[in-house]
Design a protein around this ligand. Structure first.
Ligand code: FES
Ligand code: FES
Length: 187
């Protein structure tokens, strides 16, 4: 008997359960876009380099073009369509809007999903490559513009909106923890 090449899986996306039969090679991105009609996540490079397909899996950012759909079974997937709270935009979405943190619809969904996770990662005290002192006793690093740039470096924008994106992430981080707006991010 030849091995099965497809399975029926249940994906929880933006709080809703979906049961679908998928080829084992189907990526989470293709399942979201082609099977569930959630086209907010974009396919830029399809090889993990641009971040346009970024979604949250159990709250952690994931490039969905490199994640198999079968591997997401039993986990909570959040796409750009599920980031807002009903009609109320997520603070990251609002900050992008207010500070003109985007120019196109291609990179923005991934940028926003990534930024949502960046703020949580920072709040949890995770260091980045830009963090000078990574000793646990040093505590959470300040979310400087340099930190934001490093943490968002997996999301590419071809048209140079980075300055506004850094400002928007800083503002949204500040909204989560008032009084911590990133140094130099408003310049
Ligand atoms: S489409 Fe997934 S990283 Fe580019
Ligand atoms: S704003 Fe999307 S690629 Fe630049």
């Amino acid at each position: 008997m030849s091995p099965a090449t497809s399975s029926t899986i249940t994906l929880t996306v933006n709080g809703e359960k979906h049961t679908l039969a998928v080829d084992h090679r189907t990526t989470l991105l293709d399942a979201l876009r082609e099977r569930l009609g959630l086209t907010g996540s974009k396919k830029g490079c399809d090889q993990g380099q641009c971040g346009a397909c970024t979604v949250l899996v159990d709250g952690r950012r994931t490039v969905s073009c490199l994640q198999l759909a079968v591997g997401a079974e039993g986990r909570e997937v959040t796409t750009i369509e599920g980031v807002a709270d009903g009609d109320r935009l997520h603070p990251v979405q609002q900050a992008f809007l207010d500070l003109d943190g985007y120019q196109c619809g291609y990179c923005t969904p991934g940028q926003i999903c990534s930024a949502v996770a960046v703020i949580e990662e920072h709040a949890a005290g995770w260091p980045s490559v830009a963090t000078g002192d990574v000793r646990p006793e040093a505590g959470a690093p300040e979310l400087t513009a340099e930190e934001i740039r490093e943490r968002m470096s997996g999301n590419l924008c071809r048209c140079g909106a980075y300055v506004s994106i850094v400002q928007a992430v800083a503002r949204a981080a500040d909204a989560r923890t008032p009084g911590t707006e990133a140094e130099g991010a408003t310049a």
